[in-house]
Design a protein around this ligand. Structure first.
Ligand code: FES
Length: 222
């Protein structure tokens, strides 16, 4: 199975064309996944946003609400000392000028990797599942075992087998973002893996997935 180097994930919250180009380049070099929507919970992630906006505290709060563990890296196209201090006070973990964003992002990604990071595995061609929603396919991933790939609310995610007695969840019914295990009826939130109803006593393992370079990749924490 095709495997990308160990790396983290970048969640890019900015539209600035120069920033998008720089971040895309760094992600390709580092083998990091690039998200334009929030990655799944518990994914080692650098969130990258414009720190010069008028409400940095609101921005920080919304990122923290979506992904509490993210390393929040801000950039400023025209840095000024007051704006810089306001961004740091608002809770950005680091602020960089737009020109220095590439090196800052590389450092942040390598810290994620040192802390364990993630490795990506290609599981299919993007065109194999293009335009489909809900359950997409079932496959085996080294170290993860059997997983089911879903597209829910526009996001890709892989769930492991049911923690109760190991049934594959892809064959279960889906309703309102919740999948029901086809064996004994445990229910799980597709985007988080959280247990909604037993008999399973546990959440189901939930792994982020993303599309890049015409392939669908699943993330495995190291
Ligand atoms: S195997 Fe899923 S509920 Fe029993």
């Amino acid at each position: 199975m095709e495997r990308a180097p160990a790396a983290g994930v970048v969640w890019l919250l900015a539209e600035d064309a120069a920033v998008v180009r720089a971040v895309t380049r760094v992600c390709a070099e580092a083998g990091a996944g690039l998200y334009r929507t929030p990655p799944p919970l518990n994914t080692p992630c650098v969130a990258l946003a414009d720190a010069s906006g008028s409400g940095p505290a609101d921005l920080v709060a919304s990122v923290r609400a979506a992904l509490p563990e993210a390393y929040l890296l801000g950039f400023m196209a025209a840095p000024d000392p007051d704006g810089w201090r306001a961004a740091e006070r608002a809770g950005f973990d680091e602020v960089a000028s737009r020109g220095a964003l590439g090196p800052s992002l590389r450092r942040a990604l390598s810290r994620l990797t040192e802390g364990g990071g993630v490795r990506s595995y290609a599981i299919c061609d993007a065109q194999d599942v293009a335009g489909r929603i809900g359950f997409l396919l079932e496959t085996e991933v080294p170290g993860l075992g059997k997983v089911s790939l879903f597209r829910e609310q526009g996001r890709l995610v892989c769930l492991g087998t049911c923690p109760h007695q190991g049934a594959p969840l892809g064959r279960g019914e889906i309703e309102d973002g919740v999948v029901t295990c086809p064996a004994h009826g445990s229910r799980f939130d597709i985007l988080t893996g959280e247990r909604v109803r037993g008999p399973s006593d546990f959440d189901v393992p939930c792994h982020g997935a993303y599309e890049q370079g015409g392939r669908i990749w699943v993330l495995k924490r190291l």
